[in-house]
Design a protein around this ligand. Structure first.
Ligand code: NAP
Ligand code: G4F
Length: 350
């Protein structure tokens, strides 16, 4: 039985990845932060009581800021694969908390890589790198595009990227960067723009709120469906050689288009509800991210299956259902048709 360690297991990607690996028969270990409230909602449907025989999911308290704990865990668990998905992952928040973001999102990677090196175990390491690395570089962006980070988050991810390649070259670790463009789902954090929009659409339909306040509507992103992207993470670790690879759909849309598509799917006119609040503008913006994922196609045979329109519909359907509203249903239908049998395929988030 293969054994994986996932940092960031309580996040959007971590929860899907845990689900996928359990489905494939792995023993899965996850790093979770101690909090005064439960932070494991996204894992509830796969959680197993550790007292039950045959349990394959184990959660361990720890933090990317705590090198000693990381070293002990890596040594005790001896994972075959490590997926480092933990991060302060919000770009806007990184302008408010640049030092903390650098510590966790950047230095956390040095701590984990050192834990691997010192433990002496043979493992494969995946680093959650980001299209934010490209920042101001004109689209389309591929593995050979120069990095031009535009935020403390992106600067921290840049350090993480180079530490990963350095440990690969210096110590012959199987360590790879997945340079993932934006990927979304019903489990996306509520303050990222897509989920903020689809959640607001559902609440407006239900009569719980009237207005949605947003920042820059003109930014363009290459938005894909998160479960497909965690499939790619595993493909990268199973490849014969360690490769850094860009993953994205090759299609970019503006925030405005996401708004229009979401509201109109729910039968609403976005102009009656959306207002601009400059508080959501960023000191430096990333205007246009668009993936050239030809290396992923060539190397991994990976093609995105969920379209932009289906993604929006999946998210709106799930947010409506979570409020007890009957969704139009096209999104849930698409999700079932596209073969994500390994996910809970839930109509509600979680
Ligand atoms: P997310 O939902 O924000 O999850 C982040 C995870 O990191 C959570 O489990 C969080 O724990 C954990 N975490 C935060 N601070 C930590 C710390 N100090 N120590 C240990 N764990 C900590 O992010 P995501 O969307 O799943 O993204 C996963 C990774 O991919 C992140 O590294 C992100 O930067 C990167 N990425 C994401 C995208 C995207 O579009 N989603 C694209 C490219 C790269 P809590 O639940 O306790 O907060
Ligand atoms: O949804 P966002 O906050 O995602 P962003 O900044 O692209 O970062 C996400 O994707 C990265 C990959 O490229 C990840 F590495 C990172 O961890 C994260 O998952 O913002 C998307 C766009 C931005 O241009 C932002 O300015 O939407 C614009 N926007 C407009 N109004 C807004 C809002 N963003 C947020 N969060 N909230 C708004 O009200």
């Amino acid at each position: 039985m293969s054994r994986a360690l996932i940092t960031g297991i309580t996040g959007q990607d971590g929860s899907y990845l845990a689900e996928l690996l359990l489905h494939r028969g792995y023993e899965v270990h996850g790093l979770i932060r101690r909090a005064s409230t439960f932070n494991t909602q996204r894992l509830e449907h796969i959680y197993q009581d550790p007292h039950v025989e045959d349990t394959r999911l184990f959660l361990h308290y720890g933090d990317l800021a705590d090198a000693g704990r990381l070293t002990n865990l890596v040594y005790e668990i001896q994972p075959d694969e490590i997926y480092n998905l933990g991060a302060q992952s919000h770009v806007r928040v990184s302008f408010d908390m640049p030092e903390y973001t650098g510590d966790v999102t950047g230095l956390g990677v040095a701590r984990l890589l050192e834990a691997v090196r010192r433990s002496g175990i043979k493992t494969r390491y995946y680093q959650a790198s980001s299209s934010e690395l490209f920042g101001a570089a004109p689209p389309p962006q591929s593995e050979s595009t120069p990095f031009m980070p535009q935020s403390p988050y992106a600067a921290a991810k840049l350090y993480a990227y180079w530490m990963t390649t350095n440990y690969r070259n210096a110590y012959n670790l199987f360590a790879v960067n997945g340079i993932l463009f934006n990927h979304e789902s019903p489990r996306r954090g509520e303050t990222f723009v897509t989920r903020k929009i689809t959640r607001a659409v559902a609440r407006i339909r239900k009569g719980l709120q009237k207005k949605l306040y947003l920042g820059n509507l003109e930014a363009r992103r290459d938005w894909g469906f998160a479960p497909e992207y965690v499939e790619c993470m595993t493909l990268l670790l199973q490849h014969d050689t360690p490769e850094d690879v860009v993953i994205g759909t090759g299609e970019s849309r503006s925030v405005r288009e996401f708004v229009e598509e979401s509201f109109s799917y729910a039968g609403l006119d976005w102009r009656e509800h959306v207002e601009i609040d400059p508080r959501y503008f960023r000191p430096t913006e990333v205007d246009h991210l668009l993936a050239d994922a030809s290396k992923a196609r060539r190397l991994l045979g990976w093609e995105p299956r969920v379209t932009f329109r289906e993604l929006v519909r999946i998210m709106v359907d799930c947010d409506l259902a979570a409020l007890g509203e009957t969704p139009p249903g096209a999104g849930v239908h698409a999700l079932r048709k596209k073969g994500f049998g390994w996910t809970a395929n839930r109509i509600t988030p979680g």
